[in-house]
Design a protein around this ligand. Structure first.
Ligand SMILES: NC(=O)c1ccc[n+]([C@@H]2O[C@H](COP(=O)([O-])OP(=O)(O)OC[C@H]3O[C@@H](n4cnc5c(N)ncnc54)[C@H](O)[C@@H]3O)[C@@H](O)[C@H]2O)c1
Ligand SMILES: [Zn+2]
Ligand SMILES: [Zn+2]
Length: 343
C-alpha cells in the first residue's frame, strides 16, 4: 500500500510500505477514506518533534472503514469510524477520568508520532473501541474529519479551559485552523465580542467569515484596551505556539481573566510573574484529550456546528505530496484544511 513516510527533517515521500496487520487483540485495521494534514505534521517535518524517527508514517486525523478487528474488539468490518488523534487504553487512571491525552496504557498522541499514522491507505488503530468513534448516518466524512483534532482541541483546550462565558470579551491570538475553530467554539457560549489577532491578512479575512467581531493586525494591546475601556479581555486563547504570543495573551486579559494556551511551544516563554502576580490570572495549558468528541459529533450531526468552512482544498489520496505543498504555503494558497480522499 502507499503511505506518506517521514525520512528526517525536510524529507518525506508518498511510497510503498507494508500493509499494517493486527498486533494485539484490541487492534483494528481501518481503510482510510478521508484524511487531512495538520500543522503538527509540518512541525515534525521541520524536525521540531524529535520523538518522530525516520521511516514513520505521518498523520493523526482520519475517517475510514474497519476492514478487520482483533478478537478483543467490538468493532466490525464495515463500521465507519472517526480515527481520533488521541488513542485511549480506556483503563488507566487518566482514561478513567477522561484525560485520554495522558493515557498511561500506551495511548495518548501516538498515531503518526510513536506508531505509524493515518496518511496511508490503511492504518492499525490500537485500542480500537476506545480510540475510534462510530460515525452516524447522514454526516459526511469531511465534516467528521474536522473532529479528529481541530474542533475538540479548540473546544477543550481553548474555550472550556478558558471558561468562556456569556457576554465575555474573548481574544483569539492566531487565526489558523485551530484559532478559527476556537472562534467557532467560543460562539457556542454567546460571548459579547470575539477578537481575532493574526499577522496574515488572509487569516484575518477568514476570522471574519468564521464570526470574529473584530480583527486586529497591529498593536493588539492598545486595540483591546480601547475596546474594553482599558480593562482587557476576559479570556485570551493562544493558538500560535511562540513565546511572543503567549506573553501577549498574559497582557491582553483583565485582572481575574483566563489565558488558555493551545499552541505547541518549541522554545521557552517568559512568565512575567513580577507583573502578573497581582492580577489573579488563571493560565491553563493542555494536550487535547478528545473527551468532547461525542458531544461535538452530535452537534455536527444536528447542524449546530458547520465544519464546511474549514475545508479549502480537496485532493485524491495519491496527490498527498501536492496537498502538503498547498497546505505548507497558506499565505499563497489560502489553505486552512485540505482533505484527501480515496479514489
Ligand atoms: N494543544 C493541542 O493539543 C494542540 C493540538 C493541535 C494543534 N496545536 C497547536 O496549535 C497551534 C495552532 O495550530 P494551527 O494549525 O492553527 O497553526 P497555523 O500555523 O496554521 O496558524 C498559526 C497562525 O498564527 C499566526 N501567527 C504567527 N505568528 C503570529 C504572531 N506573532 N501574532 C499573531 N499571529 C501570529 C499565523 O499567521 C497563522 O495564521 C500550533 O502551535 C499547533 O501545533 C495544539
Ligand atoms: Zn492534528
Ligand atoms: Zn489509558
Amino acid at each position: 500500500m502507499k503511505a506518506l513516510v517521514y525520512h528526517g527533517p525536510g524529507e518525506r515521500s508518498w511510497q510503498d510500505v507494508p500493509k499494517p496487520r493486527i498486533q494485539a487483540a484490541t487492534d483494528a485495521i481501518v481503510r482510510v477514506d478521508a484524511v487531512t494534514i495538520c500543522g503538527t505534521d509540518l512541525h515534525i517535518l521541520k524536525g521540531d518533534v524529535p520523538t518522530v524517527g525516520p521511516g514513520r508514517v505521518l498523520g493523526h486525523e482520519a475517517v475510514g472503514t474497519v476492514v478487520e478487528a482483533g478478537p478483543g474488539s467490538d468493532r466490525k468490518p464495515g463500521d465507519r469510524v472517526l480515527v481520533s488523534c488521541i488513542t485511549a487504553c480506556g483503563r488507566c487512571r487518566y482514561c478513567r477520568t477522561g484525560s485520554f491525552g495522558q493515557c498511561l496504557g500506551g495511548g495518548g498522541w501516538i498515531l503518526g508520532h510513536r506508531i505509524d499514522g493515518v496518511q496511508a491507505e490503511y492504518v492499525r488503530v490500537p485500542y480500537a473501541d476506545t480510540s475510534t468513534h462510530l460515525v452516524p448516518e447522514g454526516v459526511s466524512d469531511e465534516h467528521v474529519l474536522m473532529l479528529a483534532d481541530i474542533l475538540p482541541t479548540s473546544y477543550e483546550v481553548g474555550v472550556l479551559n478558558g471558561r468562556v462565558a456569556p457576554g465575555d470579551t474573548v481574544v483569539v491570538v492566531g487565526a489558523g485552523p485551530i484559532g478559527l475553530a476556537a472562534v467557532s467554539a467560543a460562539r457556542l457560549f454567546s460571548p459579547g465580542r470575539i477578537i481575532a489577532v493574526d499577522l496574515a491578512e488572509s487569516r484575518l479575512e477568514a476570522a471574519t467569515r468564521f464570526g470574529a467581531d473584530t480583527v486586529i493586525k497591529d498593536d493588539p494591546l492598545q486595540r483591546v484596551a480601547d475596546l474594553t475601556a482599558g480593562l482587557g479581555a476576559d479570556v485570551a486563547i493562544e493558538a500560535v505556539g511562540v513565546p511572543e504570543t503567549f506573553e501577549l495573551c498574559t497582557r491582553l486579559v483583565r485582572p481575574g481573566g483566563h489565558v488558555a494556551n493551545i499552541g505547541v511551544h518549541g522554545k521557552p516563554a517568559t512568565l512575567h510573574l513580577e507583573d502578573l502576580w497581582i492580577r489573579n490570572l488563571t493560565i491553563t495549558t493542555g494536550l487535547v484529550d478528545t473527551y468532547s468528541t461525542p458531544t461535538l459529533l452530535s452537534m455536527i450531526a444536528a447542524g449546530r456546528i458547520d465544519a464546511s468552512p474549514f475545508i479549502t482544498h480537496r485532493f485524491a489520496m495519491e496527490e498527498m505530496e501536492k496537498a502538503y505543498e498547498v497546505f505548507s504555503a497558506p499565505q499563497e494558497t489560502g489553505a486552512l484544511k485540505v482533505v484527501l480522499t480515496r479514489a
